[in-house]
Design a protein around this ligand. Structure first.
Ligand SMILES: Cc1cc2nc3c(=O)[nH]c(=O)nc-3n(C[C@H](O)[C@H](O)[C@H](O)COP(=O)(O)OP(=O)(O)OC[C@H]3O[C@@H](n4cnc5c(N)ncnc54)[C@H](O)[C@@H]3O)c2cc1C
Length: 504
């Protein structure tokens, strides 16, 4: 292979459709959370994070200003304050999933089965405990003065139909078998009292969990990163990641990697961390390891007194047990913010405007809200938005080095559980970027066995079929009917990772 071939083979094109960058036309549709967080005076101006123009150098370059990129930047500066770290964000920090999510925080005990299948039982338990510690770390941040409306009133995993009852039992038993006691069972009366609706028939409570205002958390981490000396360029979309030439005109790859931006800027760095979340799905290495599915969120008018009146008083995170999960919280300012998974599916990892807002799926989420809270039927929905979820077969993130260029590290595929868990992501990616040999670089989440989805367009077409059946199943469950045989069979085709045996 010639030097030029080596360069060509190591080129990575990022084409996932980030909006909000230079010259991308209409401004993106924003979540209520982000609009609220951007109102803060310190965040209103991008003077502290201007677009990258011209040529720059850094020890570590980070692509993506969501939680994962920001936690990685903070962790790198904590471990090596003299390191130069530059983060490039195509939109604004928090413009992606980190500023649009449901704000639910809970541990990874719930995913112990898949963790154990991927990493072995001991590492799975270590990661579950690390995710509990991450919840405490968020609280410590808030205690130090970062305000993101953290309320540790727990995470409620509930049933809103008889068919959903007991969905959590295996998870509780598995955690207990491995020495974890994260959950407490609630009676139907207790869960109805906590949530303010008798539609809840039972559930468990993870006291360590709770809720945050997600965009305030992202913008707060951005502020901390700037204070720690991280250079941030917003509205700077990375279009390609290539080995930098060793010298002007050289034909063989050099030691550095060059990021080229939409506005013609370049950033050369010894290590690159790809923390682009769902937008990484368009890269060939990930195209079959994860698929992108929208999750759709609605927020009602503020009505704290109405929520008080039905007994929904605290900031617990609440979800049900459907396949297209419903997740909701009473926001700190007294709105109902409710989301539903299983919306639009991306073809070839392209994230279009349907991943910012979908009237169809917003109607669907609103109908679900009206079913669970019929006593709030007259409460208007004031804002709706959507976001892309980077879903893997294991429902867990994947970490490693890009095949095309091992100086480029990645941590993507959070599968809808990343608000607290991305603290761990930052540790793992910092260890990989620093070539450290420690519990994080050796974590079983790094260089996992590969589980692939079928290729597009087969996967996309199959997903449409299976998801439509899942939606009809959910509707039948909501209406107290048994779903049709064919729909049950089709829904059962939802791909999942084999978990029969733990790895040693
Ligand atoms: C609607 C919704 C609800 C969710 N609810 C919850 C929840 O309640 N609890 C929970 O734990 N998790 C939830 N999640 C998941 C959680 O939000 C994510 O796991 C977490 O935000 C992941 O952060 P990230 O940094 O990987 O991704 P992101 O926040 O998406 O950050 C990636 C960033 O990379 C930028 N980018 C992409 N490509 C480029 C490029 N080429 N150049 C420069 N920048 C680029 C994007 O603009 C984006 O800002 C939800 C997700 C969604 C979408």
């Amino acid at each position: 292979m010639t030097g030029r071939d080596a360069i060509r083979r190591a080129q990575l094109r990022l084409d996932g459709g980030v909006r909000g960058d230079e010259g991308s036309g209409a401004p993106p549709h924003r979540s209520l959370w982000l609009l609220d967080a951007l109102d803060e005076p310190a965040a209103a101006t991008a003077a502290d994070a201007p677009p990258l123009l011209g040529a720059a150098r850094a020890d570590v370059a980070i692509v993506g200003g969501g939680y994962v990129g920001l936690w990685t930047a903070l962790e790198l500066k904590r471990r090596e304050p003299s390191l130069s770290v530059t983060l490039l964000e195509g939109d604004v920090c928090g413009g992606g999933a980190s500023g649009r999510n449901g704000g639910q925080i809970h541990s990874w005990w719930e995913r112990l089965e898949n963790l154990a299948a991927l990493c072995g039982t001991a590492e799975a338990v270590r990661l579950a405990r690390a995710s509990e510690a991450a919840l405490d770390e968020l609280e410590a941040l808030q205690d130090e003065g970062l305000d993101f409306d953290l309320r540790r009133d727990g995470w409620l995993w509930t049933a809103t139909t008889p068919a959903q009852l007991g969905a959590w039992e295996e998870v509780v038993a598995r955690a207990e078998r491995h020495g974890g006691r994260p959950y407490r069972h609630l009676t139907a009366e207790e869960v109805a009292a906590r949530t303010g609706s008798p539609v809840h028939l039972g559930g468990i409570w993870e006291p360590a969990g709770g809720t945050v205002q997600p965009a305030k958390l992202a913008r707060g981490l951005r502020r901390l990163a700037l204070q720690a000396g991280v250079t941030i360029h917003e509205h700077t979309r990375v279009r390609s990641i290539d080995p930098a030439p060793a010298a002007p005109g050289a034909t063989s790859p050099g030691a550095l990697t060059r990021l080229r931006t939409g506005a013609g800027g370049t950033l050369d760095a010894a290590r690159v961390v790809l923390a682009a979340g769902a937008w990484a799905a368009s890269l060939p290495q990930f195209s079959r390891r994860m698929f992108v599915v929208a999750s759709d969120v609605i927020a009602t008018r503020r009505a704290p007194e109405r929520l008080d009146a039905i007994g929904w008083k605290d900031g617990a995170a609440i979800c049900d047990s459907q396949m297209r999960v419903l997740y909701y919280q009473r926001s700190a300012d007294g709105r109902v913010v409710l989301g539903r998974g299983g919306g639009a599916v991306a073809l070839n990892g392209r994230i279009g405007s349907g991943f910012e807002r979908s009237p169809k799926f917003a109607r669907d989420a609103t109908a679900a809200f009206r079913r669970v809270y019929p006593m709030l039927n007259d409460l208007p929905v004031e804002q709706t938005w959507s976001g892309p979820v980077d879903r893997t077969l294991s429902h867990l993130p994947i970490f490693g080095r890009m095949e095309a260029n091992p100086s480029v590290l990645y941590g993507v595929g959070w599968s809808g559980s990343g608000v607290a868990q991305s603290v761990i992501g930052g540790r793992i990616l910092a260890s990989l970027a620093l070539d450290a040999d420690d519990e994080w670089s050796r974590s079983g989440l790094v260089d996992q066995p590969v589980f692939n989805f079928p290729p597009d367009p087969i996967r996309w077409a199959g997903a449409q079929l299976v998801r439509a059946a899942v939606r009809r199943n959910g509707a039948a469950d909501d209406a107290g009917r048994r779903a049709r045989w064919l729909d049950r069979r089709l829904a059962a085709l939802t791909p999942s990772m084999p978990t029969t045996e733990d790895r040693p």
